[in-house]
Write a protein that binds this ligand. Structure first.
Ligand SMILES: CC(C)(COP(=O)([O-])OP(=O)([O-])OC[C@H]1O[C@@H](n2cnc3c(N)ncnc32)[C@H](O)[C@@H]1OP(=O)([O-])[O-])[C@@H](O)C(=O)NCCC(=O)NCCSC(=O)C[C@@](C)(O)CC(=O)[O-]
Length: 313
C-alpha cells in the first residue's frame, strides 16, 4: 500500500520530447481587469507561434457577463494568421459556446469541469453531474465535426472553497469525461496548492482512466510549486503540459490564484534536462516581454527576468 511519501510510477527514462500548450492568451488574460485589445491578443498569438509553440489556447466562448475579457473571442480567432502545424484551441462550456466557436474553426475545444462540487458551481453554475450532461452534446457535436476534445479537471488537488480534494474525485470526473467521449484530460491544480506527491496522486487517479498519452498537467504557481510538480509529472511519463507565457493568469473563480507556470521557466528547465520542446527560448522571452509591456508590469517568469537582465548586460 503506497503511502503519501512513496513516489509512484517513476519510469526509467524521462520523456525525450515535451509538448507545451501555451494558455496565456486565454487562461492568462481572462482575469485581466484592464481591457486588453483584440489586436494585442492576436499579436501575442503570432509571437507565440513564431517562437515555436505548436498549440495555443486562444480564447473562450463563455458568457461575456461572467468573463468580459473573452468577449472578443470571434474577433481574436478571425484575426489570427494561422500557421500550418499549429493547433488553436478554445474553451466551450456548453452548446451555445460550441456553436459560436464552430464558426471560428478551432482545431480543439476544451470542456471544463471540476473535481470539486463547490468550484463547479462557482465556475460554471452547475453541479459536476449537470456539467457532464451539458458537455455530452458538445463532445458529440465536436467529434462529429472532426474537432479534438480536451477536458479540464479543475481543482484536482485543492479547491478554494472545499480545501483538500482527494484523488478519488479526480478519478470520478475522469471516468465521467471518458464516458461521454472526451479524448484527453488536463489535470489542473487551479490554485497552485499542490506539491509533487499530491500531484502524482491526482495524476495516478487520472491514469487509471486515461493513458499517459491522453493526459496533461496544468499547474498554477501560486505557492511556487509548479516546476516541482511538472518534474513530478515528467517522472510519471507525462509529456504534455499547459503553461502560460510570462506566467500570466489567475482564475476569476479562485481568489488569489496566480498564473500558470511560466512557459519560459518550463522550457528552460526542460532544455536544461536535454528534453526537446521545439521552442526557441529567446523568441519566447520576447513574446513574454511584449505582453508584459502591454500590461504594464514585469514578466512573471523568473527565467525571462534573468535572461532580460543578462541581455541588458
Ligand atoms: C458556463 C456559463 C455560460 C453558464 O452560465 P449560466 O448562467 O448557468 O447559463 P444559462 O444557460 O442560464 O445562460 C445565462 C446567460 O448566459 C448566456 N450564455 C450561456 N452560455 C453562453 C456562452 N457559452 N457564451 C455566451 N453566452 C452564454 C445566455 O445566453 C444567458 O444570457 P442572458 O439571457 O442572461 O443575456 C457561465 O457560468 C460562464 O460563462 N462561466 C464562465 C466560466 C469561465 O470562463 N471560467 C474560467 C475558465 S475555466 C478555467 O480557467 C480553469 C482552467 C480550464 O484553466 C483549468 C484550471 O486551471 O482549473
Amino acid at each position: 500500500m503506497p503511502t503519501m511519501q512513496t513516489p509512484i510510477r517513476t519510469p526509467a527514462t524521462l520523456p525525450s520530447l515535451v509538448e507545451l500548450v501555451d494558455v496565456g492568451p486565454r487562461d492568462g488574460l481572462q482575469n485581466e481587469k484592464q481591457p486588453v485589445p483584440a489586436a494585442v491578443k492576436i499579436e501575442l498569438v503570432h509571437r507565440l507561434q513564431a517562437a515555436g509553440l505548436k498549440e495555443i489556447e486562444v480564447t473562450s466562448y463563455v458568457s461575456p457577463k461572467w468573463v468580459p475579457q473573452m468577449a472578443d473571442n470571434t474577433e481574436v480567432m478571425s484575426g489570427i494568421q494561422r500557421l500550418p502545424g499549429v493547433r488553436y484551441s478554445v474553451l466551450t462550456p456548453n452548446l451555445k459556446g460550441f456553436e459560436a466557436a464552430l464558426r471560428d474553426q478551432p482545431d480543439e475545444i476544451v470542456v471544463f469541469g471540476a473535481a470539486s462540487e463547490a468550484f463547479s458551481q462557482k465556475n460554471i453554475n452547475c453541479s459536476i453531474a449537470e456539467s457532464i450532461e451539458r458537455f455530452a452534446p458538445v463532445v458529440d457535436a465536436a467529434r462529429a465535426a472532426g474537432i479534438y476534445v480536451r477536458g479540464a479537471i479543475s481543482c484536482a488537488v485543492g479547491c478554494p472553497y472545499e480545501g483538500y480534494v482527494p484523488p478519488e474525485s479526480v478519478k470520478y470526473v475522469a471516468t465521467l469525461m471518458s464516458s461521454i467521449g472526451v479524448q484527453h484530460i488536463g489535470v489542473a491544480d487551479t490554485i497552485g496548492v499542490g506539491t509533487p506527491l499530491k500531484v502524482q496522486r491526482a495524476l495516478d487517479a487520472a491514469l487509471s482512466v486515461y493513458t499517459v498519452d491522453d493526459i496533461s498537467g496544468h499547474f498554477h504557481d501560486t505557492y511556487g510549486q509548479a516546476l516541482a510538480n511538472t518534474l513530478a509529472a515528467l517522472e510519471m511519463g507525462v509529456w504534455q503540459f499547459d503553461t502560460s507565457v510570462a506566467g500570466l493568469g489567475g482564475c476569476p473563480y479562485a481568489k488569489g490564484a496566480t498564473g500558470n507556470v511560466a512557459t519560459e521557466d518550463v522550457v528552460y528547465m526542460l532544455h536544461g534536462m536535454g528534453i526537446e520542446t521545439g521552442i526557441d527560448l529567446d523568441a519566447l522571452v520576447d513574446a513574454g516581454q511584449y505582453i508584459s509591456e502591454q500590461l504594464g508590469r514585469p514578466s512573471g517568469s523568473r527565467v525571462a527576468r534573468a535572461l532580460l537582465a543578462k541581455r541588458a548586460g
